[in-house]
Unconditional design. Structure first.
Length: 185
């Protein structure tokens, strides 16, 4: 159990049957009335964010998330298949659980599988990935002076905005947290 007065960024707690990660917290001591802790929480299961206030003495159970590195093997109809790098054990995860987290992951890439009490909650790809552009309009010279962008389809099927000078076949870096172009590889 952890009290609201001990909250820290990144801490995971269990509340209302779900697992939440503390993104931000602020201890507030108003001139009148009792002190409280204002928090911004991310629901790990649904990726939604909520804001909630707690009294400093309120206690919540601490949630220990397991992060395991696994290799993405392939996707079949409704499942993504992964292999444990150490034990070579294979698991299948429903497409609904993964959501959009796999749009920047290609076969044989390593991802972290987040689980809580042996239930897979989420998938964390690497923060920066290098992917090849498979379809976009032809590049334009001199397109570096403005922030004008165009759509590009990547080898995983994801569509991102890239600068005008990017051509088909180029390898680019993508920030998986924001889904934005971050440079040439």
């Amino acid at each position: 159990m952890v009290s609201a007065g001990e909250f820290r960024n990144g801490l995971t707690v269990e509340m209302d049957g779900d697992v939440f990660q503390i993104l931000e917290f602020q201890h507030v001591k108003p001139g009148k009335g009792a002190a409280f802790v204002r928090t911004k929480l991310k629901n790990i299961t649904s990726n939604s964010t909520i804001e909630k206030t707690f009294r400093p003495q309120e206690k919540l159970p601490k949630a220990h998330l397991d992060r395991k590195a696994m290799q993405f093997l392939y996707k079949d109809d409704d499942f993504y298949n992964f292999m444990d790098i150490e034990s070579y054990e294979q698991i299948s995860i429903d497409v609904k659980v993964v959501g959009d987290d796999m749009k920047f992951v290609k076969e044989n890439d390593t991802v972290k599988i987040l689980s809580y009490k042996d239930k897979v909650l989420n998938i964390e790809p690497d923060i920066s990935v290098e992917l090849t552009v498979t379809d976009t309009e032809p590049g334009v010279k001199g397109g570096t002076s403005t922030n004008v962008t165009k759509s590009a389809t990547l080898e995983t099927g994801a569509v991102v905005q890239v600068p005008l000078f990017i051509n088909v076949g180029e390898v680019i870096k993508i920030d998986t947290r924001t889904g934005e172009y971050s440079g040439r590889a």
